[in-house]
Design a binder for this molecule. Structure first.
Ligand SMILES: Nc1ncnc2c1ncn2[C@@H]1O[C@H](COP(=O)(O)OP(=O)(O)OP(=O)(O)O)[C@@H](O)[C@H]1O
Ligand SMILES: [Mg+2]
Length: 235
């Protein structure tokens, strides 16, 4: 198991947002955190990354409890976080955005990502090599944000709503990128509201509602469970 989140409780000042949230991810898996608007997806991602540290519970990553550790520490340990607001550098080219994020962790066992290998997996970015970040479409920026995080060679990618607000064609594109990354052995936790997209890309799902995990199952099981879908999700 690469990540085990155990009974975390997270607050924004005095508002209790996450209630005993627990989830697990094995190496090489694609897991989806599914839930409606305001269910607590972003808060869960931020809690794992250390941006909004939980008050209680534990976040065991590669066997070490990271609860209370700052985001930079968690990044050094191998977490890569892609927030829901795409934070690229608008005045730098696509290539510069990628190069700036390059980082090879100590004791890395796999081949590190390079701009060349990124361009092989994301040909869209290759064609935009010299384009300034600020001139990319929302979907292109989303792909660049994902690719830029990969340049840090994380062992676990946390993607917060990777297809929110992108055009349907790009949604398909990002879906196939995620599947390709899985083939290459990446481990991904992404959040999503829409069952359709999750079904095509994830192996397992955790369903969150009002800050509580209500259900966990394989994507196959979720597809066949109309009650859960109706109760907690957008269909
Ligand atoms: N900075 C904040 N201060 C106080 N409450 C917040 C803050 N950010 C979020 N919340 C509340 O926490 C709850 C969970 O929000 P969160 O952003 O984690 O949900 P989400 O599932 O990511 O939703 P969305 O689909 O809108 O991205 C919501 O009730 C929200 O209003
Ligand atoms: Mg969110």
């Amino acid at each position: 198991m690469i990540l085990e989140v155990k009974n975390i409780n997270t607050f924004y000042s005095t508002s209790h947002i996450l209630f005993d949230v627990s989830l697990t991810i094995n190496a090489g898996e694609i897991v989806c955190l599914l839930g409606r608007n305001g269910a607590g997806k972003t808060t869960t991602m931020r809690s794992i990354m250390g941006l909004t540290p939980p008050k209680t519970g534990s976040i065991i990553f590669h066997g070490e409890d990271l609860k209370g550790k700052p985001p930079y520490y968690n990044a050094q340990k191998g977490m890569g976080y892609v927030p829901d607001n795409r934070l690229i550098f608008p005045d730098l080219t696509v290539r510069e955005n990628l190069e700036l994020a390059a980082k090879v962790p100590k004791n890395m066992k796999r081949e590190p990502w390079t701009t060349d290998s990124i361009y092989r997996v994301f040909p869209l970015l290759k064609n935009l090599d010299k384009r300034l970040g600020g001139y990319l479409s929302g979907g292109e920026q989303q792909v660049l944000t994902l690719a830029r995080t990969l340049m840090g060679n994380p062992d676990l990618l946390l993607l917060d709503e990777p297809v929110e607000g992108v055009a349907p064609l790009v949604v398909k594109d990002i879906g196939s990128h995620i599947l390709k990354l899985k083939e290459m052995g990446e481990t991904i936790l992404f959040s999503e509201q829409n069952v359709e997209f999750a079904t095509r890309t994830a192996d397992r799902a955790f369903v969150i509602d009002r800050g509580r995990i209500k259900h966990q199952c394989t994507m196959q099981e979720l597809c066949e469970d109309d009650e859960i879908k109706k109760k907690y999700l957008m269909i």
